[in-house]
Design a protein around this ligand. Sequence first.
Ligand code: ADP
Length: 314
Amino acid sequence: MDNKFFQFNIFARCKEYNVPLRQCPQFLFVVMGFVIMISSIVFYLMGERYISDPRIVAFVVLAVAMTLLIIAFIITHSFEDLAEANRMKTEFVNIVSHQLRAPLTNLRWATQFLLSEEFKPSNEKENLEYFDIIKENGSRMEGLIDDLLTITRLKEDRLDNKRTKFSLSELTKEVISEYKTFINASNLTVELKPAKDLKNVSASYPLTKIVLENLIGNAINYSKGGGKIFIELKELTKKVEFQIKDNGIGIPMEDRKRIFQKFFRCRNAVKTEVYGTGLGLFIVKLILDGMAGKVWFDSKEDKGSTFYFTLPTN
Ligand code: ADP
């Protein structure tokens, strides 16, 4: 549906908020509009009758209309915040329950098999497969909960966001070494090229680590098994720019606008075996927005992607 038309379609907007009509901000605004019109007419008629100077009548009508308009604005604005919070809560519950359903079903299915008569304790190889399913789906749910907790803590300022000065290059090395096993298992090589005499960045150390873990993790995950990941650190005016380039599956053109949205995953990523929550880049953007940083990317489907971010040096 055309977006502009949708904005004016009160019933569609109210339905989207999922609240009763009497609590819907757009509907309330229309009602308040009628109230303002009627009261202006009533005050005009009363003023004409009791006040002889037409300028005073006009002034009173205008003052009443203005006061009511301000009240209407305040009321509808507060209802809009409430309605938006309600909409987000519903959306959040729907998405989370949907995301948890798949691993939970897999868990139930695998445990059901292990408890059934078909299960043969002697068939060690097959049994291991089922235990692997349980382990894999358990860690999926754990990953989802960790990401959701990070988002909640970030939004409530409960994560350590104290700025300190540190070397982005050293932190990058640390994260790469944490991923060493994963990098080797994926048949990848990682090259890090920091500019000479790079200044320290001024940011939160633990939050920057989360950013690096997500971007490096994605570059490994979405490389097609083998290839090279190239990381470069450059110094710009009053900031350091980080670039990570992979030659993986890339991002389809039509998905680009939505890449930083909560729970969004590109269709080519969903087709691969790689599991993801679609929360990593949302977290990256949330963190960098809060640290005067910026994040963006370039990509070509089937050729690879480069993600960039900047952090201030002062
Ligand atoms: P996920 O848990 O799915 O990796 P992210 O929020 O980190 O969630 O990323 C969102 C989506 O962006 C991914 O599902 C994937 O489709 C796409 N994406 C992110 N990084 C890359 C990359 N380096 N190469 C290709 N696609 C990527």
